[in-house]
Design a protein around this ligand. Structure first.
Ligand code: AP5
Ligand code: ZN
Length: 215
């Protein structure tokens, strides 16, 4: 199963991808997570990406395509994967198609997650994640069941992203509508596009995605 989760910042792509990993038995490939790991490791890619990401702009297609191309060659991707936050431009969409073609593979579903802008800003502003397993939480709506302890891995370390503030969020939303939203039409024409109401609660969104995935 090869799945793309498409949606603006804060739509819930990461939250849902984490839930689908176990249910589908395939890994989540988040270009945002991979780039943040490169920044933390202070690699050459990380050094180039840091300022761009902090400002809420898109990292170059060449860098991101290269990261994904290398990642999908790993053995754990043999049975499929969930692409979270990639592709994000038409150039990236063409690139992933070429990568899959070269392997004799094809996309199963592109799932667009629709959420209103004001809700996106609220979600992103309160977000924090487990530093160990990446589980996603929110200051108001989705706190860990035991305060300060991750529900999933019991870690007590959490982190926040430098780009999760109202000003950077405006840039991220602009870049979504300018560069990424054309992918909705692109995949609609290819017949792979489905959409879910991302305004529902987390469980209901998961169920909507599962209905699509289970055909
Ligand atoms: P990336 O890490 O991909 O961030 P993003 O697309 O901006 O998406 P987010 O991670 O912010 O949101 P999400 O949809 O995963 O929501 P989440 O589940 O966390 O990219 C970061 C940067 O990296 C980019 O700006 C760019 O610079 C660079 N980059 C990455 N990929 C790139 C690419 N392909 N090309 C070029 N540059 C690239 O949920 C958000 C919050 O809402 C959480 O607190 C969560 O608990 C809550 N929540 C989730 N679902 C619900 C719900 N149903 N109801 C209530 N609350 C909910
Ligand atoms: Zn955890």
């Amino acid at each position: 199963m090869i799945l793309i989760l498409l949606g603006p910042p804060g739509a819930g792509k990461g939250t849902q991808a984490h839930r689908l990993i176990e249910r589908l038995g395939i890994p989540q490939l988040s270009t945002g997570d991979m780039l943040r790991a490169a920044v933390a490791a202070q690699s050459e890619v990380g050094k180039q990406a840091k300022a761009v990401m902090d400002a809420g702009n898109l990292v170059s297609d060449d860098i991101v395509n290269a990261i994904v191309s290398e990642r999908i060659d790993q053995p754990d991707c043999a049975n499929g994967f969930i692409l979270d936050g990639y592709p994000r431009t038409l150039v990236q969409a063409d690139a992933v198609e070429a990568m899959l073609d070269a392997k004799g593979l094809a996309l199963d579903h592109v799932i667009e997650m629709r959420v209103d802008d004001d809700v996106l800003v609220k979600r992103v502003s309160g977000r924090f994640t487990c530093a160990k397993c990446g589980a996603v939480y929110h200051d108001e709506d989705r706190k860990p069941k035991v305060d300060g302890v991750c529900d999933v891995c019991q870690s007590t370390e959490f982190k926040r992203r430098p780009d999760d503030n109202a000003e950077t969020m405006r840039t991220r939303l602009r870049s979504y509508y300018k560069d990424t939203s054309p992918l909705v039409g692109y995949y609609h024409c290819k017949g792979t596009l489905r959409w879910v109401d991302g305004m529902q609660d987390v469980d209901a969104v998961t169920q909507s995605i599962e209905r699509i995935v289970n055909g």
